[in-house]
Design a protein around this ligand. Structure first.
Ligand code: GLN
Length: 244
């Protein structure tokens, strides 16, 4: 088996080492004998939607998000919407999550019209939501506890057909108001969790990988367990600290 991963806008949306999520997916697949190809696609480069099983989009600040608008409007936004409707797997972080939504109105009143691949919108607040945080994903997204780090001024609100990725245990999540965190629509997994999302949360990582394998090959055998001692040590340390 093999999976093809597309890293969208790696040179623009690249906060907090979000690309570590790609390294983690690749390593965890290769450890099970599954081949992985990773391509990058940025501004001005055509996107071959059919080729890929997983799309990854990292986080970026308001400025970087604005830089993308023209490229998204020139056709890539539509291609991404097609991929979402075809139930390709997406992992989108923070600014990349907001970009999949309808629009982002920044705290100083600038409206960035995004692609509407998922029915969410984001409104900037003056106060940023920053810190280590923790949530439990819904049963449809593995039902596991995720530890992470968030840093955003945007408050995201979910539309009717979009489920949260999880419910907050500690921290702000989507908006600091309704206890939701992230979004699930088709096979889109979107979250505010930066940097070490998948390295520290192997259960969620394998759930995403299994989703991509099942989509491509039909129902596949469960992924064989790996030795996750280090990953779970890091996870449990954070979980304990955040439980206090
Ligand atoms: N610019 C967005 C916000 O502040 C996203 C930031 C990020 O990706 N960390 O809400």
């Amino acid at each position: 088996m093999e999976l093809n991963i597309c890293h969208l806008y790696p040179d623009i949306l690249n906060l907090y080492g979000d690309r570590g999520n790609i390294i983690t997916m690749k390593r965890r697949l290769e450890s099970r004998g599954i081949s992985v190809n990773v391509d990058e696609c940025s501004i001005g480069q055509p996107l071959d939607v059919d080729k890929y099983d997983i799309f990854f989009i990292g986080g970026g600040q308001d400025f970087e998000q604005e830089v993308l608008l023209r490229d998204l409007a020139s056709g890539k936004g539509k291609d991404i919407c097609t991929a979402v409707e075809e139930e390709k797997v997406f992992l989108a972080i923070c600014g990349g999550y907001q970009m999949l939504g309808q629009y982002y109105k920044t705290w100083d009143g600038v409206q960035l019209d995004f692609i509407g691949a998922i029915n969410v919108h984001t409104i900037g607040a003056k106060e940023r939501m920053i810190g280590n945080y923790m949530y439990r994903t819904t049963p449809e997204s593995s039902g596991s506890i995720v530890v992470g780090f968030e840093n955003h001024s945007g408050k995201t609100y979910l539309g009717e057909d979009v489920a949260p990725l999880g419910m907050m245990i500690k921290g702000y999540g989507n908006n600091g108001e309704d206890q939701t965190e992230g979004a699930r629509y088709n096979n889109v997994f979107a979250t505010y969790s930066h940097g070490s999302l998948l390295p520290k949360n192997p259960v969620l990582c394998d759930f995403i990988l299994q989703t991509a394998l099942d989509r491509r090959y039909g129902k596949t055998e469960p992924l064989v367990p790996l030795n996750d001692t280090l990953e779970l040590n890091a996870h449990n340390y954070m979980e304990q600290r955040l439980s206090k």
